[in-house]
Write a protein that binds this ligand. Sequence first.
Ligand code: NAD
Ligand code: PPY
Length: 357
Amino acid sequence: MASRLEDLLQGWDGEEIILRHDLPTNAWIVVAIHSTRLGPAGGGTRMKSYPSLEAAVEDAQRLAEGMTYKFAVSDLPRGGGKAVLAVPSGLRDADRASLLRRYGALIAQLGGLYQTGPDVGTTADDMDVIAETGAPYVFGRTPAHGGSGDSGPATAVGVLAGMRVACERLFGAGALAGRRVVVQGAGSVGLPLLRLLVEENADVTFADPTPRARDQAHAELGVPYLDPETAYDQECDVFAPCALGAVLNERTIPRLRCRAVVGSANNQLATEDDAIRLQERGILYAPDYVVNCGGAMALLGRETLGWSHPEADARIAATVRATLTQVFDIAAAEGVTTVAAARRVAEARLERGAASA
Ligand code: NAD
Ligand code: PPY
């Protein structure tokens, strides 16, 4: 009988999985290349502890698939990939740095097949370390090391643009002033998103279980915070998941009291059925990869295409607006979920891009 790991590897529709055990730290390195139809695979490096190797492989696979669609809707010449460093809990700083250097050497060995950047659990400083051995295939280094730095603010620009489009659909006007928005997670995307929403005079609250993140956002912006457990139950116009994946599921969707979901988290839906659950509840869902492409666009645009910071922000807002409008139009005209509509838009661009490559 095939093991669960074999099932995951054999059942995946992506191109390649590179799996390496790092003996000195007992970590697993998983590089998932989902598609190179539009170009070399790009996607960040996630570092965290997983309950099992299988869970790490599955996460890398799902995240890499999301990157394929994200680049397709961003009209950037990259395919989808993602790496997971599944580390034992309590990894010491020196061990962490040496793992990152060995991981960089693996990226260099792949010779450009996979190009990385930050994701949950890694920062611009970590990209500097990975680039010591992994250059030139590392995006998002610190500005001091020649990179474009934290991609969170650029991602927030795209999420804000997505919220405007959703509000236009629901209320006939995209202005966010007075709109009640609940932001789940005040990290590298959530905090700059909160800043933008406060500038727009939105009526914002947020939740974050990490005291440092919560206190920073509250002290800087004066916005009220919620118990993270109650975030789903808040009556609001827009719920913005900016923390974890799989937060929209059969347990949370019945609790939601929002009109729309627009957030940055990758893989927000636990299963495909959750798109139908949202539709049945009349909640307008902005598919994650359509609205969270800002970080990827800024990293590649600023580091390989010569975009200035303001140019990147303008392109991100315009791209999210155009794609999300198209997705909502298809969903409304054909009665399909926004997830199915987004998939169709992305697949069409993949076909077109592959044909012209
Ligand atoms: P981050 O780690 O900087 O921030 C996440 C925050 O969420 C942390 O402050 C954490 O304490 C908080 N959090 C954890 N569990 C929570 C819960 N149950 N309720 C509320 N808050 C909780 O991560 P990030 O870079 O801001 O990314 C957030 C999400 O957006 C991730 O899913 C990431 O994959 C996705 N994303 C990020 C970018 C980017 O540019 N950073 C781009 C695309 C997608
Ligand atoms: C994401 O948007 O989830 C990313 O992983 C961003 C990214 C894109 C390209 C290289 C590295 C990171």
